[in-house]
Write a protein that binds this ligand. Structure first.
Ligand code: NAD
Ligand code: GLY
Length: 359
């Protein structure tokens, strides 16, 4: 079992990672002095698969279940959670346990941030993407029809328990979607991750615990270090947005229906690498290496019918635009990034056409 401690403005919290850690959830919560009243929130699908394992967590009633998937990441879902919390008479000492992928984590985390002006939340991420990324760092929120994650709050969890065993039931496409975020960590912080993925891909796809758990642990370590240093994204945390400028725009341009989040980030990284290479910032060999690894993971949904114009419009509404300036993360050398603030529409258009979009 690996244990990391993340620094947050509201205090440190543990991230416990390892096969079988869900069985220790109740003990971990008690060790973190988390209130006796515990409400579980999950999705029907996740609960069908893994609900029985949570009985030991000491939740005092049946779970609140809401739908997941990107199209449910909206204010209606938040309202459903808030209604359920009111009906359950949750108070400030009630701890909410979010069990699910990134959508459950973001929606429930946002509800926890706003209910009674903030109640504690514990994340038990059940997708690879949520384990390696979304459960750590306190970003919560939902999409607006015009833009990704435009509504939200920072609300650090009180505990994160990432158990790779639950990934065994994850559909292959969802599992693969999480691998793109692992590639991101390889590009921005730990180049050895790229080689490890390439060399052990069959074992990773087989969900071999010895191959998957170290990937989760390494990714959590990088994310924990970054958000501990810059919780509110004033500098270092922006590096985690590598691939997200075009990725988020692709999601918005297709109304959150076509891509798994990770898949959009896969395309976004290819576009970011193309921009970096054409500017002479990114080594061509790094671009080729990542391109080959993304190809090795398998086919991505087509982008041939998406217009570069729509993606450009979505980028302008992105929250990475601050005071009219887009903060774009490019890969510098292996494990290094650089922030670009003078990216032109022409460069973006050329890059998205390179990855297959139409004019
Ligand atoms: P998701 O939550 O929609 O889950 C994907 C699918 O997997 C769902 O159908 C779900 O029911 C199913 N599922 C979940 N766990 C399962 C399991 N163990 N077995 C079988 N099926 C399971 O998608 P996601 O990819 O986990 O999360 C994507 C979201 O995360 C995006 O909205 C993205 O913006 C967000 N995100 C947030 C942060 C952050 O810092 N808050 C970071 C990265 C991504
Ligand atoms: N996934 C980007 C972040 O957490 O900042």
């Amino acid at each position: 079992m690996d244990r990391l401690v993340v620094s947050a403005a509201t205090g440190p919290y543990s991230v416990v990672i390892g096969n079988g850690t869900i069985d220790a959830l109740a003990t971990e919560m008690s060790a973190a002095r988390l209130g006796a009243r515990r409400l579980l929130i999950s999705s029907p699908r996740v609960w069908d698969f893994h609900g029985p394992r949570f009985r030991k967590a000491g939740a005092d009633r049946t779970p609140i279940l809401i739908e997941d998937g990107e199209r449910y990441k909206n204010l209606n879902s938040v309202a459903r959670v808030l209604d359920a919390l009111v009906k359950a008479e949750a108070d400030r000492s009630t701890v909410i346990i979010a069990v699910g992928g990134g959508v459950i984590g973001d929606v429930v985390g946002f509800a926890a941030a706003t209910y009674l002006r903030g109640v504690p939340v514990v994340h038990v991420p059940t997708t690879l993407l949520a384990q390696v990324d979304s459960a750590i760092g306190g970003k919560t929120g939902v999409n607006h029809p015009l833009g990704k994650n435009l509504i939200g709050a920072f609300h650090a969890p009180s505990l994160v328990v990432a158990d790779p065993v639950v990934l065994e039931t994850l559909p292959r496409r969802e599992f693969r979607a999480g691998l793109y975020e692992v590639i991101k960590y390889g590009v921005i912080a730990e180049p050895a991750l790229l080689g490890r993925m390439r060399d052990t891909l069959p074992a990773i796809f087989n969900r071999d615990g010895d191959a998957v758990a170290p990937l989760v642990a390494a990714s959590c370590r990088i994310k924990a270090a970054v958000v501990s240093a810059d919780e509110r994204e004033s500098g270092l945390r922006r590096t985690l947005n590598f691939g997200h400028t075009v990725g988020h725009a692709l999601e918005a341009a297709t109304k959150y229906k076509r891509f798994r989040h990770g898949e959009a980030i896969g395309y976004g990284m290819l576009a970011a690498l193309a921009i970096g290479v054409s500017r002479g910032i990114t080594p061509k060999s790094l671009g080729e290496e990542v391109d080959a690894l993304i190809t090795q993971l398998g086919p991505l949904p087509s982008v041939a019918d998406i217009s570069a114009k729509d993606v450009l419009a979505a980028i302008k509404r992105d929250k990475k635009v601050v005071s009219g300036t887009l903060h774009f993360i490019a890969a510098a050398d292996r494990g290094k990034t650089v922030e670009v603030t003078d990216l032109s529409d022409k460069e973006i258009a050329a890059a998205v056409k390179k990855i297959g979009l139409r004019t």
